[in-house]
Structures are given as structure tokens and as C-alpha cells.
Design a protein. Structure first.
Length: 232
């Protein structure tokens, strides 16, 4: 089996100065990072789109600078997932056209905050959001444990939505569900299992203490190695 055709591995963002010297070669400038990144990964999750609306010209440059089989997951803007502003959908989708037209848009990541509980009102917000973005594949990430409910998974399956499975420590009200398939796409996000440092880190810190590369790699290997047994 060609595992490369089945699995796409990428990182959440790619433009980080502190990666220079550890991942990027010493002296790599910010504008050179993406060209190096696409030589090692086949996908990326764009996170800046959460903080500001993406510009179509920026996404067009990224699409042109990436290989033909490269894929982009784009995080929804905070106006949608945190402010529940339905007017944001049309502009966001329109600006994704360079990725959609080039066949490089894997989908949109809907990451809801931890204070987004499974209530009647929030279930309606979720339905409205799905309706507004129905033109593209969607992956939904919950942060609150109340969404770990059979009806959640059934609803996602009925609508063909991908559940984001977060690799996180089992603590408090954090969403920590078993790996569950709700669509033809599986989406695993390696957050961290570092419970002691989960809420640590000053605002604006580029790498919160919970993001230990060593710990994340250990967690990844514990998941991947059993999955690969039996493959040639």
C-alpha cells in the first residue's frame, strides 16, 4: 500500500522564527520558509485566517508555490466560530477560491472554543454554520467535553462532516473522545498530552510550554506505530 496516498501530514502554520535552526536551515528568512516547508510536508493548516480574513491574492501565491498534490486546511475566522457572525461566510469562501479552483483546498477547520458547550442554542449555531459553509468540506473541532455525546457523532455522520480528533490529556471539561470516524476523512490534531502545562504560557508567546516537540513526537509514535503494523 502507498501510505503517502492515504495520509497527509502537516503542521499548524509554518512561518515561525523559532523554527529556524531546528527545522529551517540557519539563516532562513520568513519569505523562504514555505518553499522549504513544501519539500518536507504534503499539507498545512493555515491558522492566520482565524485572526484576519484571508486575502485571495495571498492564497493564490501559496497555491502557486506548492506542489500539485499539496493540500490546505484553512481555519475558519473567529467571526464565525467565536462571534457567531453569519455575515463572515460569504467573504471567507470567496477568498478561498484560488485554493478551491486549483483543487488544493482540503477543507475548512471549524475550531470552536472551550466555552462553546453542547446546548440547544449552540447546536443551532452549529447547524447554521454548517449551512453557511456547505459548499466546502468541513472539519469540526470541539473543545468542551459536553460534545462527547452519541448524538454529536450521529449528526456529523448524517451531514458528512469530519470530526477532529484532538490528542489531548484527559482533564477537566476538555473534549477527549476516542478516535471516531464520521466521514471519509480522518483528522488528528496533535495538541499535547502535557496536562501540567495545558493552560500555561503568556498571551502572545510563540510556543506555549505545553508544546514540547519531544512529548508530541512520543505521542505521535504511540499512535502511528500500532496503525502501521501489518503494512509492507
Amino acid at each position: 500500500m502507498d501510505l503517502g496516498s492515504k495520509f497527509h501530514i502537516g503542521t499548524s502554520g509554518y512561518s515561525f522564527p523559532d523554527w529556524v535552526g531546528s527545522f529551517y536551515p540557519p539563516g532562513t528568512r520568513r519569505q523562504e520558509m514555505f518553499a522549504y516547508y513544501v519539500r518536507h510536508f504534503r499539507a498545512v493548516e493555515l491558522n492566520y485566517t482565524f485572526y484576519r480574513m484571508p486575502a485571495a491574492r495571498t492564497l493564490e501565491r501559496l497555491a502557486q508555490a506548492s506542489p500539485p498534490d499539496f493540500l490546505f486546511w484553512v481555519k475558519a475566522n473567529q467571526r464565525t466560530t467565536h462571534e457567531h457572525d453569519r455575515t463572515a461566510a460569504a467573504e471567507f469562501l470567496a477568498n478561498l477560491e484560488p485554493l478551491r479552483g486549483g483543487g488544493k483546498l482540503a477543507g475548512i477547520l471549524m475550531q470552536f472554543p472551550q466555552n462553546f458547550h453542547r446546548t440547544v442554542a449552540n447546536r443551532q449555531v452549529l447547524r447554521d454554520t454548517v449551512e453557511d459553509f456547505k459548499a466546502v468540506p468541513l472539519a469540526v473541532e470541539f473543545r468542551h467535553a459536553s460534545w462527547d455525546h452519541p448524538a454529536t457523532y450521529e449528526g456529523l455522520r448524517e451531514r458528512g462532516l469530519t470530526l477532529v480528533v484532538p490528542d489531548v490529556p484527559p482533564m477537566g471539561d476538555l473534549f477527549h473522545a476516542e478516535a471516531t470516524v464520521t466521514s471519509r476523512i480522518g483528522y488528528l490534531r496533535m495538541h499535547s498530552r502535557n496536562a501540567a502545562q495545558w493552560y500555561a504560557g503568556a498571551a502572545g508567546s510563540p510556543v506555549p510550554p505545553r508544546y514540547s516537540v519531544r512529548l508530541i513526537l512520543q505521542a505521535l509514535m504511540s499512535l502511528v506505530c500500532p496503525a502501521l503494523r501489518g503494512y509492507d
